[in-house]
Design a protein around this ligand. Structure first.
Ligand code: F6P
Length: 534
């Protein structure tokens, strides 16, 4: 099957187009009326997740056509190519093997890529990382004055921040006894200042997470952190207070990272897929070895499910094609992600990078233009707070969004009576969006149209294993969508131009007198003039 075939080239795509015209004439209520068993026909339970898509605007014919589309695209073989390490990131000629990072320690067959056993490499580094994490947690690795660490400051940005930050917050209940965690990404230095305001230098461990170790924001924050530490504890203390995860050994040498405190990464791990790697060191320190292993195991369960489950019950396939259905056939250009658990507050931000940096593209892998709408805008907030802010628009606004509700049964903080309120809120909203309510006579402003499609993802509790499964579900959803749109999901060329222009602008910001001859646009000159005046 040629990789240059995308969804719109397939007969199944045309069938979906026809079906979408018909289904748009049918209300969600009618779909339910036509199938009394709709919940059991439109929900799947796997890897600890109950994926309920009964409120989506699909019928059995559409679901069957999803499977046909997958077959016409050769999706099975495309999945196999990713898992075996083919260089599917074609613009960078790289394999994509974040799935190798969560293979279990025991019983795995070797995974030979480019003549190297990637499986063995991963396991060896994972053991180093987890030993380090345990020793930091227990105080056996301590600061230069022998005091145990009580604060860890993770310095990184993008995938080197969002993954660790989101997961540490989500799994707070599993972090008893660990140092407190702070995450610093923003180049303006304010997050770092806040993280250090009440930090004891003798008890602070910095972790510099950067796949490349060249990222401007991370370098700036790491340099400031090192100066802060040196100023308080002296130069000799640096190696005992800085750890790092990167592919760039030379840069770690130059920075002064102790060989025992540095952890390898590989170019076949994309930044937004890296929380399973050494980039997850803060998470490993927060939750410890066994919970980190459970986190990997949850993702691995979804990896196996994705490779083996029939299409009709395959969660990533369903999530991916429901997303395409909403975006390309029902014309819903955004996806609102609504967790009903405050500890998943950063999950929408995490998904923004995962989905939009992966599929936010308009050129296909074969160099031709993507001919349909690609990645929707992903956004969201914890659902209950959002009910009191933007849900008004979601219920009654003219722009419409697809909705993902994430709902744990058990409270993440032990307050089950209040979690029951969260559950009731979530279910009430899912029903209101799906079924709406007619307006009382003479009060059109009280009309709820309904027919807003939503998926409800239910799980027992937000534990390491479930969180691993949840993230992997979205990762593979993104992969499915990339195959349908014909996109390489694993590069991110769109971020380069701004970075390059910034390099040229930094000196002008610092010394606006240089701006006069620099051949600038009038907008840029105007802003620099303003900087000079103030
Ligand atoms: O600029 C985008 C990006 O390359 C992301 O893909 C990545 O997660 C982030 O920057 C950070 O990169 P690094 O880990 O190399 O510092």
């Amino acid at each position: 099957m040629s990789d240059s075939i995308a969804g719109p080239d397939c007969a199944a795509w045309q069938s979906l187009a026809v079906a979408s015209h018909e289904l748009q004439q049918q209300s969600t209520a009618e779909l339910f009326a036509g199938d009394p068993q709709r919940f059991s026909h439109c929900s799947v339970e796997a890897a600890g997740l109950l994926f309920d898509f009964s409120r989506q605007r699909v019928d059995q014919r559409v679901l069957t056509t999803f499977a046909e589309l997958a077959d016409q695209l050769g999706l099975r073989e495309r999945i196999a190519a990713m898992f075996r390490g083919d260089a599917i990131n074609t613009t960078e000629n790289r394999a994509v093997l974040h799935t190798a990072l969560r293979r279990p320690a025991a019983g795995g067959a070797p995974l030979i890529v480019g003549g190297q056993d990637i499986g063995a490499l991963v396991l060896a580094e994972r053991q180093r990382l987890l030993d380090f994490a345990e020793r930091v947690r227990s105080g056996r690795i301590a600061g230069s004055s022998g005091k145990s660490f009580n604060r860890v400051v993770n310095i990184g940005i993008g995938g080197s921040d969002l993954g660790p930050a989101m997961t540490v917050e989500a799994l707070r209940a599993y972090a008893a006894g660990a140092p407190s965690m702070a995450f610093v990404s923003n180049v303006d230095g304010c997050q770092l200042a806040d993280a250090l305001a009440d930090a004891d230098p003798a008890r602070t461990l910095f972790i510099v997470c950067s796949k490349t170790f060249t990222t401007q924001e991370t370098r700036a924050n790491a340099d400031t952190a090192r100066a802060w530490l040196r100023g308080r504890l002296g130069d000799a203390a640096v190696p005992q207070h800085f750890a790092a995860a990167s592919v760039n050994a030379r840069a770690m040498d130059e920075f002064g990272i102790h060989p025992d405190y540095r952890f390898a990464m590989w170019d076949w791990v994309g930044g937004r897929y890296s929380v399973w790697s050494s980039i997850g060191v803060s998470l490993a320190i927060a939750i410890g070895r066994s919970h980190f292993e459970a986190f990997l195991a949850g993702a691995h369960a979804v990896d196996q499910h994705f490779q083996n489950a029939p299409w009709a019950g395959n969660l990533p396939l369903l999530a991916g094609l429901l997303g395409i259905w909403n975006n390309d056939f029902l014309g819903l250009p955004t996806l609102a992600v609504l967790p009903y658990d405050q500890r998943l507050a950063r999950f929408p931000a995490y998904l923004q990078q995962l989905e939009m940096e992966s599929n936010g593209k308009s050129v296909k892998s074969d160099g031709r233009a993507v001919e349909v709408a690609s990645c929707p805008v992903v956004w969201g907030e914890p659902g209950n707070s959002a009910q009191h802010s933007f849900f008004q628009l979601l219920h009654q606004g003219t722009p419409r969004a697809a909705l993902d509700f994430l709902l744990p049964v058990q409270s993440s903080c032990g307050n089950q009576p209040q979690q029951e309120l969260a559950i009731a809120n979530c279910l009430a909203q899912a029903e209101a969006f799906a079924f709406g309510q007619p307006a009382p006579v003479g009060q059109p402003y009280r009309q709820y149209d309904g027919n807003r499609p939503g998926t409800l993802i239910l799980f027992q509790r937000l534990d390491p294993r479930t969180l691993g499964s949840l993230i992997a579900l979205y990762e593979h959803k993104v992969f499915v969508q990339s195959v349908v749109w014909g996109i390489n999901a694993f590069d991110q060329w769109g971020v380069e131009l701004g970075k390059k222009l910034c390099e040229g602008i930094v000196p002008l910001v610092r010394d606006a007198s240089q701006a006069a001859d620099a051949g600038l646009t009038s907008s840029l000159r105007g802003a620099l003039e303003y900087l000079r005046r103030t």
